[in-house]
Design a protein around this ligand. Sequence first.
Ligand SMILES: [Zn+2]
Length: 297
Amino acid sequence: MSPTAAHPVQSHVRNAITIDVEDWLSALYPQRPVTDRFVVNTRKVLQALATRQTRGTFFVLGRVAEKAPQIVREIQAAGHEVQSHGYGHELLHHLTPARFRADLEHSKKLLEDITGCPVNGYRAPAFSITTQTLWALDVLAETGFTYDSSVFPLRTRRYGIDGAPYYPHVLRTPGGHELHEFPVATYRLAGRRIPAGGGGYFRLFPYFVLRRGIRQLNVAGHPATIYMHPYEYNPGEISELPYAISWKTRLHQSLGRRWFPRRMDRLLTEFRFGSIRDVIAAVSDWPRHEHKPQPAE
Ligand SMILES: [Zn+2]
């Protein structure tokens, strides 16, 4: 990491930088085939991280790893952590526990065969571990996962759990297993929490919201977790696609891509980042939290 005079370092806490490796079109529209755009886009992320000598955690979708195993090897060769984003990018509330287990085991084996290293970290598609799908935490523990980064610590229209801890912690699953949980960073403003950890929020909110969100967590002694997607490094992608994309999706997904790489680079100079594995190794005293089983609906 190399702080500059214009962007002095804001904190010495090591934060986690995570990348969900997927193809934009097939992640949003699972019936579409995986295009190889994600390979070029992932190389841009690798270059950006190499420029700031930063290591991250790449949650790789099984479908894309199958299509281009060489990019998984490139991620690993660059010193990053390769973990699982599941296989088919189906939201967890559309799956039964048995189908989730099969998706998880398939993606784990695929990535382990490519990298030769154990896969024990997970991020659900669209943060879809909610109060309705807490059973997924037990399935994760039972299939050999030791950490998760799928609980969004506030309820939004599509996902999240209100009242879940907003900082990394060790959680006890409804079935009594333990997992490290890494919620995405949020910023407390006027008594409310707002997302500040990446993706669309990172593209659309002012930079100071992101910076203050991370600093606020760090000042309280907590690492922040941020996330991004390789396609956010490709501003022209959506207009290049040979498919009809609704104007609403086009607007929401395109906005901010133009300045995303510059923002991310600035963030990498102002804070210390590493992989989730690095953060787990750096912290010895973890706060604890218990997720109680939810009554059936
Ligand atoms: Zn995803």
